[in-house]
Write a protein that binds this ligand. Structure first.
Ligand SMILES: NC(=O)c1ccc[n+]([C@@H]2O[C@H](COP(=O)([O-])OP(=O)(O)OC[C@H]3O[C@@H](n4cnc5c(N)ncnc54)[C@H](O)[C@@H]3O)[C@@H](O)[C@H]2O)c1
Length: 451
């Protein structure tokens, strides 16, 4: 029985390894982490992350051929193939601060493999990394004096949070980059248990590493492009949803990922683009760097613009006003709030001395952590109707589907008048809300107001 190990039990390592264990009963899969609390949660009834369908997969495999452990040395010794899925955040200090990837967790992982391995291994880069990181990884691993050989393979992950299990079960593609055919094939054989061979793409190492950064940059660019036009729509009376519906009918453009909103969040888009920007600067391509950096700037502009709209609609002051924030996660179907636009929006509202009431079906624990150092009046509400009681404004920050099904007549009754509704996701039907009595401010459309 082949032994697979994954170092890093986060949003990627956890679900990815659960699906591999489920689809490959002939493999033993172990997931380790330095965070003992996280491992304990993976071994408990309350998993450390929320992801639709994840719990069922974990329940089926845990204790059978899926193990979560803190015994990193033992797991490294036993493994044939080691996936590295540790975090690679943006560097916050020293050279490249604010842009370059912080590779300290990756290097520590490599050193721990180096220390504990006593046989040859395949090491798989699952984390998102700057192009040519495999070279650095190889140098660290081959500094061993025991003649051990490590074959390095890049296998970036393309899952999206909120649909991780579906994405893992039916990926558009699995990408495997490497130098040695034999190592690429061994990793391909894992996925071939359930992914059709024509969807398993193999490339050289550097193409694979770069493809992940480029995929995220292109996705984020699409969002920023649409959001930039949403600003123009608000000035001109065009409607962004109509524009993107019609533009997306062009088969060269396609309809997906063209929704205007408050901007992208999540742990990856911003950090991966900044990483790309840093690489371009490093390789002497300032024009290319500036081109991609604009995607992040446009995203920041969109969130600032949204708060500006709120302020000017509410007579240039929100001081002492209660504002109900519906949704704090960076997108629906996840409890993850990393880089969520809700963080920046709430902080700006608190600076304006608003009193904020936050409701989210899955993300309240993370919201408490994100805002723990923010001064001001914040209440976290399990019940959306509690959040809107006495509120001057309601803000949709996350596209949770169940926000569509709330009783907006009841909400309107509970709110102060005039009752403002700012829909940061264009999730709700503005006409219907207007008829109830709200002053409605969608993104990229003319506001519907009773004044
Ligand atoms: N979250 C996503 O949607 C997503 C999607 C695709 C790719 N990625 C990439 O995958 C990687 C992991 O992302 P994530 O969201 O799972 O991060 P995460 O922070 O949720 O998980 C990383 C885990 O690695 C552990 N870790 C760090 N150093 C370690 C070490 N030396 N030994 C053992 N464990 C260690 C941390 O404790 C943490 O639990 C990143 O490079 C990210 O860019 C993320």
């Amino acid at each position: 029985m082949k032994r697979i190990l994954c170092i890093g039990a986060g949003y990627v390592g956890g679900p990815t390894m659960a699906v591999i264990a489920d689809q490959c009963p002939d493999l033993t899969v172990t997931v380790v982490d330095i965070n003992a609390q996280r491992i304990a949660a993976w071994n408990s009834d309350k998993l450390p992350i929320y992801e639709p369908g994840l719990e069922a997969v974990v329940r089926r495999c845990r204790g059978r051929n899926l193990f979560y452990s803190t015994d990193i040395p033992g797991a490294i010794k036993a493994a044939d193939i080691i996936f590295v899925s540790v975090n690679t955040p943006t560097k916050t200090f020293g050279a490249g601060a604010g842009k370059a990837a912080d590779l300290q967790y990756l290097e520590k992982t490599a050193r721990s493999i180096l220390e504990h391995a006593d046989s040859d291994k395949i090491v798989v880069e699952k984390s998102t990394l700057p192009v040519r990181t495999a070279q650095a990884l190889s140098r660290v691993l081959h500094s061993n004096t025991r003649g051990l050989k490590f074959r390095i393979v890049s296998n970036p992950e393309f899952l999206a949070e909120g649909t991780a299990i579906e994405d893992l079960l039916h990926p558009d593609r699995v990408l495997i980059g490497g130098m040695e055919e034999s190592a690429i094939e061994e990793v391909a054989q894992i996925y071939a248990h359930w992914v059709p061979r024509e969807r398993i793409i193999t490339t050289n190492l550097w193409s694979s590493e770069l493809t992940k950064l480029v995929s995220n940059a292109l996705l984020a660019q699409r969002i920023s492009s649409v959001n930039s036009i949403s600003a123009l729509c608000e000035k001109t009376g065009a409607n962004i949803d109509e524009v993107t519906r019609a533009a997306g009918r062009d088969s060269r453009i396609g309809p997906k990922f063209l929704k205007a909103g408050i901007g992208f969040g999540g742990s990856c888009f911003k950090k991966d683009i900044l990483n790309l920007v840093y690489l371009c600067e490093h390789y002497g391509l300032p024009e290319v760097a500036a081109y991609w950096e604009q995607v992040v700037r446009m995203n920041d502009f969109q969130a600032r613009r949204f708060v500006g709209t709120m302020l000017s609609a509410m007579f240039n002051t929100v001081a002492d006003k209660k504002i109900a924030i519906l949704g704090f996660a960076f997108k629906a179907d996840t409890g993850d709030t990393r880089e969520s636009p809700a963080i920046a929006v709430c902080r700006q509202l608190l600076e304006e001395r608003a009193r904020i009431r936050i409701h989210d079906p899955q993300a309240l624990d993370n919201a408490r952590i994100d805002l723990k150092d923010a001064a001001g009046d914040i209440t976290y509400c399990e019940d959306p109707y509690e959040a809107v009681a006495g509120a001057h404004a309601l803000v949709i920050m996350t596209d949770w589907k169940n926000f569509r099904d709330l009783d907006y007549e009841r909400i309107f009754e509970r709110m102060e008048k005039p009752a403002f509704l700012f829909d940061g996701r264009n999730l709700l039907d503005p006409e219907k809300l207007f008829r109830i009595g709200f002053h409605v401010y969608p993104i990229g459309q003319k506001p519907l107001t009773h004044f």
